[in-house]
Ligand binder design. Structure first.
Ligand code: S3P
Length: 413
């Protein structure tokens, strides 16, 4: 796919629906007693993997446009599951299935098979789960067992690990108490609460006790991680302006807004509330200052770092990212793939052990060829970098954007 430089970007639009919330709305309603409707669901590759897995386990799922009707079953069938490219599906399901009296396996594509799974299976084993990995990776094998609650400090701030353990905690004797080093996205906690779970949220600490869920209708807001590319496009194209409607603004996800504001971006937000806060976000282009991203804020913008590195090339001065070693175990090694992609466009950027250093020169020459390495966020970050450049860029593997943002290329090309 060739991305041409844009001479203007002035849009008011909705963005792709939230991937994290869509996964959870479909997965959690699949074992609640009764039916629920998920509206404005994201039907990208990853959430389709969740739908396929929950259907294989016995839930009834009907898709009609972006509306998904889920009829849950408290008893799952044994199944061999394919989670495709989706780490969220794999990790959350491992925790859920561990206490559901089923025999199941979970496998996926080549990228998924490289992702670390012991971070989930080790604490699950402490709960009494019978779950094994293949050298710490997928395929995973789950057998029936009786779970007990644990008091566990997560070594990394990970919503996927936390969610897996909370789902196991729903089926465990006693209470499960989890403490994170830094609060990661809390969509699981908010949705389980709305479904009647016995759960207490207290900053970095969450406590859950055995509970049955009642179904809940969910109207999914836009994904701030997808809106990020539209905000990014407005920062790099001369005279750029964008309003993204009804974006999820859960404070555990809005690190990107804070960083863009710290760069001097002109951002206005009008807020509305539901199970999750959301609102309209407008960004008007201004000259940008560099940023320093450190550990405390990383969980709230973990998926936006490749895009922010691209935006940093359009600032004047040196931006730094540290405390983000988790990037190495995402859909690709995102320190390496971000550095390679932006270098191909002429950026002065280097990778470090836990982040990047970007010497911004107020723009990019472009003209290179980028390999997305099968990673949706790398393909889209490189595209944004190319939009403001002098010569544009060829992006190999552009189709991977459909994992989280079907329709992305129609918006920017
Ligand atoms: C996600 C959590 C994050 C994020 C991923 C989606 C989720 O992963 O990077 O894209 O929906 O829980 P980690 O929990 O592994 O940091």
């Amino acid at each position: 796919m060739f991305v041409k430089p844009l001479t203007s970007f002035d849009r008011t639009l909705e963005t792709a629906a939230d991937k994290s919330i869509t996964h959870r709305a479909i997965m959690f309603n699949s074992f609640a007693r009764g039916s629920a409707t998920v509206t404005n669901a994201l039907l990208g590759g990853d959430c389709r993997s969740t739908i396929a897995c929950m259907t294989a386990l016995g839930a009834k799922i009907e898709v009609n446009g972006s509306m998904v009707k889920v009829t849950g079953t408290p008893i799952f069938r044994n199944a061999a599951l394919d989670a495709g490219n989706s780490g969220t599906t794999t990790r959350l399901l491992t925790g859920l299935l561990a206490g559901m009296n089923v025999t199941a396996s979970i496998d996926g594509d080549d990228s998924l098979k490289t992702r670390p799974m012991r971070r989930v299976t080790e604490p699950l084993a402490m709960m009494g789960a019978n779950v094994s990995t293949t050298d710490g990776k997928a395929p995973l094998y789950i057998k029936p067992s009786k779970l007990r609650g644990i008091d566990y400090r997560l070594p990394v701030a990970s919503a996927q690990v936390k969610s897996a353990l909370l789902l196991a905690g729903l089926h465990a004797d006693g209470e499960t108490r989890l403490t994170e080093p830094i609060l990661s996205r809390n969509h699981t906690e908010l949705m389980l609460k709305a479904m009647g779970a016995d759960i207490e949220l207290n900053g970095r600490e969450t406590v859950i006790r055995q509970s049955e869920l009642r179904p809940v209708d969910v109207d999914v807001p836009g994904d701030i991680s997808s809106a990020a590319f539209l905000l990014g496009a407005a920062t790099v194209v001369n005279g750029g302006r964008v309003t993204v409607k009804r974006v999820g603004l859960n404070p555990t996800r809005t690190g990107i807004i804070e960083v863009l504001k710290s760069m001097g971006a002109d951002i206005e937000i009008t807020k509305a509330d539901g199970i999750e806060p959301c609102g309209d976000v407008t960004l008007v282009q201004t000259p940008l200052k560099p940023f320093d991203i450190t550990e405390e804020i990383v969980p709230s913008l973990i998926d936006e770092i490749p895009l922010l590195a691209a935006v940093a090339c359009y600032a004047e001065g040196t931006s730094t990212i540290s405390g983000a070693a988790e990037l190495k175990v995402k859909e690709s090694d995102r320190i390496q793939t971000t550095v390679d992609a932006l270098k191909a466009l002429g950026a002065d950027i280097e990778g470090t052990d836990d982040g990047m250093i970007i010497h911004g020169k107020g723009g990019l020459k472009g003209g290179g060829r980028v390999d997305a390495h099968g990673d949706h966020r790398i393909a889209m970050s490189a595209a944004v970098a190319a939009l403001g450049s002098k010569e544009g860029a060829e992006i190999d593997g552009a189709e991977t954007a459909a994992i989280s943002y079907p329709g992305f290329w129609e918006i920017i090309c």
